[in-house]
Design a protein. Structure first.
Lengths: 117, 116
């Protein structure tokens, strides 16, 4: 099973709203990621969690707040977003700490299409 | 930041044709991954490559990890309409394993469309 699930599929929110995106995987992966993807562009890394601890924050504005409650779940809390934050938000997971010289495979969820009005 | 040059940017296919696309970089990579993305969906992993010179197939798809570790190509044989979509290459830089799980570098994508 290489499934990563994300909810909701679509989200429309106003600039004063607070909402959360959810991601879940049951592959036993201990690294989880949030990406943002604009139309016709590749995914852009936002955050990385490794063993439930935040290991990478790619200078993301504080209106995006990630949370990793356990090894299977990843949340992204949204507050006071701007219209330019409208995008497809992708969650991914992978193994961690592979031996040198080996890579890893990231598995993506279906994404949440976010529209900020 | 690091760049991956993916080409072509777009191409039109007729059913039955073979398709080829590639990614190049000035940096050395540990891993090459090829993804396909349909509109409104997340990228789906097609093939993963870990060793220089490695040639791997997945059905009608074949991908190779370049000998120099700086490039990779993906071939699709006998294309069918459901091959339409955007294909992304992604690489993990050599020396970036361990705590740096985040640095997958993506190409800009190759959009496959059906010939009118």
């Amino acid at each position: 099973d290489t499934e990563v699930t994300q909810t909701p599929k679509h989200l429309v929110m106003g600039m004063t709203n607070k909402k959360s995106l959810k991601c879940e995987q049951h592959m036993g992966h201990r690294a989880m990621y949030w990406y943002k993807q604009k139309a016709k562009k590749p995914p852009e890394l936002m955050f990385v969690y490794s063993y439930e601890k935040l290991s990478i924050n790619e200078s993301v504005p504080s209106r995006f707040s990630p949370e990793c409650p356990n090894s299977s779940l990843l949340n992204l809390h949204l507050h006071a977003l701007q219209p330019e934050d409208s995008a497809l938000y992708l969650c991914a997971s992978s193994q961690v700490l592979l031996p040198p010289g080996q890579g890893y495979e990231q598995y993506f969820g279906p994404g949440t299409r976010l529209t900020v009005t | 930041g690091q760049q991956l040059n993916q080409s072509p940017q777009s191409m039109f296919i007729q059913e039955g044709e073979d398709v080829s696309m590639n990614c190049t970089s000035s940096s050395i990579f540990n891993t090459w991954l090829w993804y396909k993305q349909d509109p409104g969906e997340g990228p789906v992993l097609l093939i993963a490559l870990y060793k220089a010179g490695e040639l791997t197939s997945n059905g009608r798809l074949t991908a190779q990890f370049g000998i120099t570790r700086k490039d990779s190509f993906l071939n699709i044989s006998a294309s069918i309409p459901s091959d339409v979509g955007i294909y992304f290459c992604a690489g993990q830089l050599r020396g970036s394993y361990g705590g740096s799980q985040g640095n997958l570098i993506f190409g800009k994508g190759t959009k496959l469309s059906v010939k009118p």
